[in-house]
Design a protein around this ligand. Sequence first.
Ligand code: PLP
Ligand code: ZN
Length: 446
Amino acid sequence: MADVAFQKCINPSCGAEFDCGQAIFKCPSCGDLLDAQYDWDKVPVPAKLGDFGARWATRPNRLDFSGVWRFRELLNFCSDEHKVSIGEGQTILQQNCAIAEHLGMQSDRLHLQYEGLNPSGSFKDNGMTAAFSHAMLVGARSCACASTGNTSASVALYAHSCGLKCTVFIGSGRIAFGKLSQAMDYGAQTIQIQGDFDDCMKQVQAVCTQLGLYLLNSLNPFRLEGQKTIMYRIIEGLGWEVPDWIVVPGGNLGNSSAFGKAFLELKALGLIDRVPRLAIINATGADTLTDLVNNKKLAWNGGNVDQQIIDDYYADLTARNFSPHTCASAIEISRPVNLKKCLRALDVCDGVVRAVTDEEICDAKALIGAHGLGCEPASAATIAGLKHLLAEGTIGKDQRVACVLTGHVLKDPNVTVNYHKDRQGEFSNPPVEAPNDLSAIIKLIR
Ligand SMILES: *Cc1c(COP(=O)(O)O)cnc(C)c1O
Ligand SMILES: [Zn+2]
């Protein structure tokens, strides 16, 4: 595959290219992000997206079984023998009439892409299957990541399924218990750094460089290749039609970046006729993207991003000793690594960015839970954000919307239990105390 895939710097005034046999993760010439790119003329891309659906019939083939590798021609950077898979991406798009009606939408318009069904319980597995395949390609023996939680869970699972040593870095006291339990259970060395995610991110990059470990943060362009398939599956779930809107939470902005790249490529390949709009939802306590895009007017600008705006913004965060805070720990990030790629996605998809409060997130999470799908707080930012976008008329009640529910409800039991037990919101459903007495219990049943 080395002849059809390559890595390319996203900065148009640099544009340096590198082969895929290297694990570099940042342009050595200018320091900008790298993309995986393809010489599409040499890739055997099916004539229409529906052709990928035929692979459901050959599911005993492990690659056809994977919801990522089923679309392998669209992430054609390694040969089949390097491809790692533990059955990721068996996720489906579910129509949810009850939530649609609650939000005042036409009832058949709202769809939820539930990525909590992945092997480690979050969408991160879509990216890890691709990144670990690249790690196999380059012959990596050990790997590391910094994480708000789900990345470490997914890395630990994949590392040990393909025999790599693994170290995960997490901020002290910031990780949801379900996620921490996974990293330990899957056998990763877990290092808790006294600091937040941004501190971990800085340290892990230095450690990987010094010790030659394979880095698995979303700086890794191959992860984003795997995450593109979430969009393919949404289109598949709509009978190979494109929705009007994709709504996704924004943390390190890997997902939103991957989604924009997916649509850019599908459009260029003639596999879709139009690109959906993208809504990225921050938490108000970690709203760097919202602030930069909506207030500071930061934009992709053909790749000539105004770096000064970003530098000034981050210098101000540092000067104020700012640390992001939200109950949605998966998006508690103030210096998103994929910011520039995300700006490109916003450009490709005519995107919008909004921020929602923790209260709105928790209410939305309970609303989702009460209507058939549990998710973790960050995932619920999508429904909270959708509510804003409907109210302001940006999204129409009759538009077809797909929200990406990024992680499983059991990832963060504390937020859920506290919301219900402490009656924090309109959907709180606390346990009822009862004496150990039948007639008293019967009186309580509603
Ligand atoms: C990682 C994560 C996010 C944030 O995604 P980015 O790609 O970093 O923007 C959101 N939700 C969950 C559950 C996550 O694990
Ligand atoms: Zn460069």
